[in-house]
Design a protein around this ligand. Sequence first.
Ligand SMILES: Nc1ncnc2c1ncn2[C@@H]1O[C@H](COP(=O)(O)OP(=O)(O)OP(=O)(O)O)[C@@H](O)[C@H]1O
Length: 595
Amino acid sequence: MTLTQMLAGFVRRHWPAYAGSALMLAGIALLIVWIPRQVGQVVDGLVAGRLQGMALLRELGLLVGAGVSIYLLRVGWRLALFAAAYRLGQQLRTRLYARLSLQGPAYFQAKRTGDLMALATNDIDAVEMAAGEALLAAFDGSLTLLLVLLMMTVGVDWRLGLATLIPFPFMAFAFWRISNHVHQAWQSSLAQFSGLNQHVQEGLSGVRTLRALGLLPRNTRQFSELAAGAGEASFQAQRWEAAFEPAVGMTLSAAMAIALGLGGWLVARQELSIGQLTSFTMYLGQLIWPMFAAGWVLSLLERGRAAWDRLGPVLEAPLSLQDEGQAELPRAATLRFEGVSFSYPEAEKAALQDIALELPPGQTLGLVGPTGSGKSTLLRLLLRQFEPSQGQITFGGQVLPALRLAALRRALAWVPQEPFLFSARIAENIALARPEASPAEIEEAARLAAVHEDIQRLPQGYATEIGERGVTLSGGQRQRVAIARALLHLGVPSAGPAHSGGMGMLLLDDALSAVDTGTETQILDHLRTQRRQRPEHSAIIVSHRLSAVMEADQILVLRGGRITERGSHAELLALGGWYATQWRYQQLEASLDAL
Ligand SMILES: Nc1ncnc2c1ncn2[C@@H]1O[C@H](COP(=O)(O)OP(=O)(O)OP(=O)(O)O)[C@@H](O)[C@H]1O
């Protein structure tokens, strides 16, 4: 969809606001063209000695009345129009946000956050201006131009009118050339602003790392260079916009010269009165606004078009994740991976190959393997963040895309390697998926995640605000708060009616890496006890530390994206492969640590 199509659709939907503004503008234009005619008549009346006393006052009163009406109408159209344009901005921002929320990680992998933020702010502002000021200025300018030209040619003298139009085609050509440059300059300016945004976003999120590595001065220098580049690009655009003004000035000067020369000659031949020439030159002066409006409209539209060229593809991008499934999850369902392979977009090597596994309800699956072997990827496929390239994943016999996405998400409680905490109170962070949870339920979930005592030691306990991304908590505390959140999401503990049944699966992606072995054992014991009470629940535990999976019903060893060993802890030890060797290393390490 082009900017014009989008704006046409918007104007159609909000026609009362646009029609109201257009009517008010038409009123203004009529009054504006009436004023020179009135002034001309007053001048002629004064020259002829016809206008005196009350009659003169009445004529002047009419002029003042027209001025006041113009002022009121201008306020009116601005209010009506800007309200509509802001509505467009709001709608576009909501559409953009909603669209982005529906996209999966595969989409964001190819996008930069700073870019997307710039779209939501700067680019939408530009489109908003095109829908507001630009549209109405275009209407107003054209209407005024038409009426003024009509008054000049029909109302005053057609020969004078036509002669003064001679310089205008040259101006139109100059406008066309300038607006092409304006478009390119705005395109570059918007792109540079995106780069600047990206730098701010990354720099501020990673400020602690940059400071620790002593890179802040370099980073600030880079920012300054980017800011200078963005400033230069905007300046370039303004420079081209400024070229509209001399083009208007030169055209009007040439038209004025023609008007005075030819007009003077006509007056001398007594074919035109002085009052008519006065009106004519006033009309010519009134052409300044439509000319400037044309330049202004062109630059606003070019800026809007440059922004829409960036925004449109994001709004219309196909969803990287289809949400068309209708099936509900059965109360207790077995999870199966059947010959599943997957490669990340543009990756040369497959991240997972020919994965087959079965996890019945009530059971725990341990996933171990060297770093980069595909453990997190397996969970991402289960969460439908990516779709398998081959094979299928089923729950209770239904392939994942056939299941209602919301139902699938409701059943899966995922604790990622680096959990995200929001800048809110701890209690709110735990109850994220169940805001209606009671304080007692929140506390119980925190107890199960072995973080209750840590929270109680904080200044305001559960009401403590944690900084952005949970910066005021330690890594281990953040992990345990995220586990408590996942447990509450699954309706553990004592859940309300909405959570009292149905399948649930806890997915821990190395989520205990930052807690000590004692706390890990405590949490895993709690989880096992809980699962015994909820036989329809299952769990997948990804861990580098093998002690976290030793009690699992089955353990898979992933290496280079393939399952190389599978069995219980005892079976894998007996197998004498990667698992057995790692186990020995880790046991030795633990005994050395204990010394
Ligand atoms: N978003 C991505 N795009 C491209 N390749 C990726 C992406 N995420 C992971 N990979 C690659 O896929 C492979 C498997 O990664 P994955 O994160 O699943 O490993 P892992 O076993 O969980 O590792 P770790 O134990 O270090 O967390 C790795 O080679 C990794 O480089």
